[in-house]
Design a protein around this ligand. Structure first.
Ligand SMILES: *[C@@H]1O[C@H](CO)[C@@H](O)[C@H](O)[C@H]1NC(C)=O
Ligand SMILES: *[C@@H]1O[C@H](CO)[C@@H](O)[C@H](O)[C@H]1NC(C)=O
Ligand SMILES: *[C@@H]1O[C@H](CO)[C@@H](O)[C@H](O)[C@H]1NC(C)=O
Ligand SMILES: *[C@@H]1O[C@H](CO)[C@@H](O)[C@H](O)[C@H]1NC(C)=O
Ligand SMILES: *[C@@H]1O[C@H](CO)[C@@H](O)[C@H](O)[C@H]1NC(C)=O
Ligand SMILES: *[C@@H]1O[C@H](CO)[C@@H](O)[C@H](O)[C@H]1NC(C)=O
Ligand SMILES: *[C@@H]1O[C@H](CO)[C@@H](O)[C@H](O)[C@H]1NC(C)=O
Ligand SMILES: *[C@@H]1O[C@H](CO)[C@@H](O)[C@H](O)[C@H]1NC(C)=O
Length: 387
């Protein structure tokens, strides 16, 4: 990091001081959404302004109300400062209460935090691995992550790897995982997870029953028997019923006969009703009210959804791009390139096994003059879809 010299620091301080702090200048109270929507991210921190909008009467979570009627954001130090839900206005860097459960970026990794003695919020799993919720102060674990049991303050893996939840004891499973294809049920006697009797059964509650079968099958007792109607893949209510036909656009359920009948529209990938296509395969567009899939007229065009004679902006097949002036799909000139932006000789994504070379400065998305072999194998083509 570059070292800031004095003048730069002074200018920065001046700039920061002159920036209006949202919701803090008197006479400009603005309300945020009320709880539970209020959060660290809320701009003003105020959830109830005075009648004349001059001051804040009530601040939301993650904020404290100062005597002058402004909301001060809690900001204890450390990576988890934003998890502080409450503080005193005169000491916003000392947290007095942490948000109960936090969610990871993808909402699967949720975890609890506790209020440490130094006034910061710390994830429970730092104090006790795989701990989900714990007590403020001493971080005593009160609940473990899914798949773990709380034993003497520690989180221990469920004994059965197929077990999803075993809160009380590692060898007492209370909920089984979904199972890859064949479902699992919880055996009431052994407290362990057992596969359903029929391998095609995806959900069962014991060895003598099956509640749901995989595609193309319907439950009968503990077994799964095939759907009887040709091309039918969903017949949950019995072998002679049908609620869904083979995917791919060739077959569609006739609402009257409940049979699978041909769609009757060539090059259809998603059929809505007999004789009516909802979505055509690549290189075709839905035309004449769904009775026809019309071929795109521009060579190497994958998507001409609006007009068969015009390719959509990003509608060319991989390694080609639309030339706006001619309306044609032109091949990227960089070998092994999948998409060229912003010019034919600037690649924005390479084939599997290749990666972009040094990016050309100022290109958006980052583009390169070459695709170079990717020693790591590069299973994911970088920049896919940026054709
Ligand atoms: C209101 O009080 C807080 C905390 O004492 C202070 O930081 C802030 O500058 C004050 N705001 C105004 C507009 O007086
Ligand atoms: C206060 O602000 C609210 C929301 O911006 C607005 O609807 C209301 O009319 C304002 N009241 C006054 C007295 O300006
Ligand atoms: C506060 O305490 C926690 C738990 O002991 C520790 O992990 C963290 O680094 C401390 N933070 C600061 C800013 O001292
Ligand atoms: C931890 O703190 C709680 C109160 O927050 C207290 O009830 C408990 O006894 C403490 N446990 C230990 C091991 O200190
Ligand atoms: C098996 O589960 C089914 C469906 O929940 C239930 O009706 C049946 O009584 C169960 N059989 C036994 C032996 O528990
Ligand atoms: C489109 O449908 C026609 C008629 O069934 C067929 O001959 C042709 O191969 C199809 N085109 C593609 C690209 O699948
Ligand atoms: C298009 O099809 C729908 C239902 O399939 C029908 O209601 C509608 O009248 C048709 N429109 C035209 C212009 O044919
Ligand atoms: C091509 O034309 C489309 C639609 O007129 C426009 O949005 C787009 O920016 C143009 N692209 C280039 C590279 O000129």
């Amino acid at each position: 990091m570059a070292v800031l010299r004095w003048p730069a620091l002074a200018i920065m301080a001046l700039v920061l001081a002159s920036l209006p702090v949202p919701g803090s200048s008197l006479g400009a109270c603005r309300e945020d959404l009320p709880p539970p929507s209020d959060s660290y991210l809320n701009p003003s921190g105020c959830i109830r302004c005075s009648a004349d909008n001059s001051t804040c009467l009530e601040c939301g979570s993650h904020h404290a109300r100062a005597a002058n009627g402004t909301c001060i954001r809690c900001r204890p130090p450390g990576d988890f400062g934003k998890l502080c839900a409450s503080c005193e206005a005169d000491a916003p860097d000392v947290c007095t209460g942490c948000a109960s459960i936090q969610y990871g970026m993808d909402f699967t990794e949720n975890y609890g935090v506790y209020l440490a003695e130094n006034g910061t919020c710390v994830p429970c799993k730092w104090a006790t691995p795989n701990c989900y919720a714990c007590l403020d102060g001493n971080a005593t674990c009160t609940e473990c992550d899914l798949g773990f049991a709380l034993v003497s303050g520690q989180c221990t893996h469920c004994t059965d790897a197929k077990c999803l939840q075993c809160k009380e004891s590692p060898d007492r499973c209370t909920e089984c995982q979904a199972g890859d294809v064949t479902g699992l049920y919880l055996d009431a006697k052994t407290h362990s997870c057992v596969p359903c009797t029929d391998p095609a059964c995806v959900a069962c509650s014991n060895s003598s029953s099956c509640e749901m079968c995989s595609e193309g099958y319907t439950p009968k007792g503990s077994a799964c028997i095939p759907c009887a109607k040709p091309q039918c893949i969903y017949c949950q209510d019995g072998p002679d019923t049908c609620t869904g036909c083979t995917m791919g656009g060739e077959w569609v359920l006739d609402p009257v006969s409940q049979n699978c009948v041909p769609c009757g529209v060539a090059n259809c990938t998603q059929c809505g009703a007999p004789g009516k296509c909802d979505w055509c395969q690549g290189g075709f567009r839905v035309a004449q009210n769904g009775t026809k899939c019309e071929q795109c007229q521009v060579a190497r065009c994958e998507n001409c959804v609006e007009d068969a004679s015009k390719c959509m902006e990003f509608g060319c097949i991989a390694s080609f791009r639309l030339n706006n002036a001619t309306g044609q799909c032109e091949q990227c000139t960089v070998p092994h390139c999948l998409g060229c932006l912003p010019a034919l000789d600037l690649c924005s994504g390479c084939e599997v096994g290749y990666k972009l070379g040094e990016p050309v400065a100022g290109t958006q998305p980052p583009s390169s003059k070459e695709c170079v072999p990717d020693p790591s194998g590069g299973l994911e083509p970088a920049g896919m879809g940026l054709t």
